[in-house]
Design a protein. Structure first.
Lengths: 504, 83
């Protein structure tokens, strides 16, 4: 559930080298949240959010690793939904497209709030007008399918980077170390800051889109993982260290604090440069935000677990307009909670990491469920070592996030779980409207074009699963329930007689 | 998710098994148990807010498995009596 702006993926050549992947990932990861979140978080957690940003990089590293492994082994449309439903269980996969709207709404509200706060530095306009204006603009360009051309996107991104450098480099000389004490004014707020600061790292989700397009993935992916996370973490930590080092943390707490702090040590134009950087970040984010999220809804809709209308393509604009409207309209009603930046970020962080936890379980299952895909992956880990570490690490960090959230903002955890409960009811409702047996098959199989096509790989040629006969071939191909029944009817009685506990 | 001797490989399931598997009772039970644990923890104490969701999730998953087994036996009985 990333807020990744994958617009760039459409302009990729067939092979993207190390620098190209690195630039795309870092560019995608440095976005609006880093302009908006530090102020409110620092106001509560104090200088300790510098450490919080470092700690948030740990689960982010796991996420990048999952994306890299799954993206290279099973490049599919629908991302996490497909991975989790096919590799873990259909319901856990179903939670992805069902929860994505909440994440998209929260993400849009944060972006709109950030836009309003920083735009007010230039113009004296009501923040509500700006928030509604940005929501409408985002909805419009995503429905119509307008996109900034790559060059314009690049110009905005360079402007964003210049703004950040303008803040960090001179700011480093203006730091007063006395402002770093007390370093941990409140441990609870610090822990919550770790969860909230995970959100800005989610831009790394783009790696899942690149998958098979990466040049020399065996070498490139591990390097990009280390370098990318390192660069982004350094930028975040440096930015936050300046923020809490220039003024006492008690003076912080607003969404546009970066501009406020810049005005302390930069000439009159300083805060305008920072504000312009934030607005550049907004523009590059809203460009394709809803379209990226809508891909997952479309895939789930095609599977039949969500209404068919969500996969409709507009005849004129060639966009999934119903999905985009479902993602873009509700935030207009949710504007009253747009100021709850920390709560919204915590929600996004928790929901995303929970999805990635299931992704980790799926990754563990991948060599067993789709051995040919894993064998063909250009970048792999040993199941008993690296893979195990990645899964256990992901599980532990997810558990920590849940504990922190439940202790510090239980309402956020409750809202997410309440949504999951409602989702289960809706899942049952959808089952009743379809043939459950066929739906189960669809949600546990890959589409034909997603199978390993090399005849020697075994899937297309129907090679059996190494442990259980027929498994690999059927998991990889969507065969109808009738075919399955015909295939199994002859042996059903025998099987039931030798497997009396099959209902167990 | 491995679901024990209940075959989780679609090709090895018959129509009834797939229909019951599609309902995802253990997964639903886990979610209900987790949510119940959080609510119970919120109404009691912070310490229980950490432990009760975990206990609730385990209990919910176990109940879901039992219910799935029950539904499968029930469906098989119905099918056999129909034949």
């Amino acid at each position: 559930m990333s807020n990744s702006n994958a617009g760039g993926s459409e302009t990729l050549s067939s092979n993207v080298g190390l620098l190209g992947v690195l630039a795309l990932l870092v560019g995608n990861a440095i976005a609006v949240p880093i302009f908006v979140l530090p102020g409110p978080l620092a106001g509560d957690a104090g200088p300790a959010i510098v450490v919080a940003a470092l700690l948030a990089a740990i689960p982010a590293s796991f996420v990048v690793l999952y994306n890299a492994l799954l993206g290279s082994a099973m490049p599919v449309a629908g991302g996490l939904y497909v991975y989790i439903s096919r590799l873990v269980a259909p319901f856990w996969g179903f939670l992805v497209p069902v929860t994505i709207p909440l994440v998209a709404w929260a993400s849009l509200l944060i972006t709109a709030t950030g836009f309003a706060e920083y735009t007010q530095i230039f113009f004296d306009v009501s923040p509500l007008v700006l928030v509604y204006g940005l929501l409408a603009f985002t909805l419009f360009i995503n429905v119509v399918g307008l996109r900034l051309v790559a060059q314009v996107q690049l110009v905005f991104f360079v402007g964003l980077l210049l703004a950040l450098l303008t803040f960090i480099v001179p700011g480093a000389t203006a730091v007063d170390t006395a402002n770093y004490t007390p370093f941990f004014p409140e441990y609870g707020a610090f822990a919550l800051a770790v969860v909230a600061l995970f959100y800005p790292f989610l831009g790394f989700g783009l790696l899942i889109e690149l998958g098979e397009e990466i040049d020399d993935p065996k070498r490139t992916i591990p390097l990009v993982l280390g370098l990318g996370i390192g660069i982004v973490a350094v930028v975040y930590v440096a930015l936050i260290a300046v923020l809490v080092g220039v003024v006492p943390y008690t003076q912080l707490g607003g969404e546009a604090d970066l501009a406020l702090v810049a005005s302390v040590y930069l000439p009159w134009w300083g805060e305008y440069v920072i504000a312009a950087g934030a607005i550049f970040a907004v523009v590059t984010t809203v460009n394709t935000t809803l379209l990226v999220f809508s891909r997952t809804l479309m895939r789930a809709s095609r599977d039949g677990i969500l209404p068919e209308s969500l996969s409709h393509i507009h005849p004129r604009f060639d966009t999934p307009h119903v999905s985009v409207l479902a993602l873009g309209l509700p935030p207009f009603l949710l504007v009253p909670i747009a100021g709850e930046i920390v709560g919204l970020s915590t929600f996004i962080g928790l929901a995303s990491l929970t999805a990635y936890f299931f992704c980790a379980v799926g990754l563990w299952n991948l060599p067993r469920e789709f051995p040919e895909h894993y064998a063909n992956a250009p970048f792999r880990l040993r199941r008993s070592r690296g893979l195990l570490l990645a899964v256990v690490g992901g599980a532990l960090t997810t558990a920590c996030f849940w504990v922190i959230t439940l202790l510090q903002q239980p309402i956020v955890g409750l809202v997410l779980l309440g949504w999951f409960v409602l989702a289960y009811g809706y899942y049952q409702y959808r089952l009743r409207k379809r043939d459950p047996s066929q739906l189960y098959l669809t949600m546990t199989s890959l589409d034909a074009h997603e199978r390993v096509s090399d005849g020697s790989a075994g899937v297309a040629s129907g090679r059996s699963h190494p442990r259980r006969s027929g498994r690999a071939s059927t998991r990889d191909s969507p065969i109808s329930a009738e075919t399955f029944d015909a295939e199994t009817a002859a042996t059903r009685d025998d099987r039931d007689s030798v497997d009396p506990g099959s209902g167990e | 998710m491995s679901i024990g001797r209940f075959r989780d490989v679609p090709s090895e399931m018959d129509g009834v098994e797939r229909e019951i598997a599609a309902a995802q009772y253990p997964e639903g039970g886990l979610v209900f148990g987790l949510a119940s644990g959080v609510v119970a923890g919120m109404l009691t104490s912070a310490l229980l807010l950490v432990t009760l969701p975990f206990v609730g999730a385990l209990a919910g998953f176990a109940i879901g498995r039992q219910y799935r087994s029950y539904r499968l036996r029930q469906r098989r009985r119905t099918r056999e009596s129909g034949e």
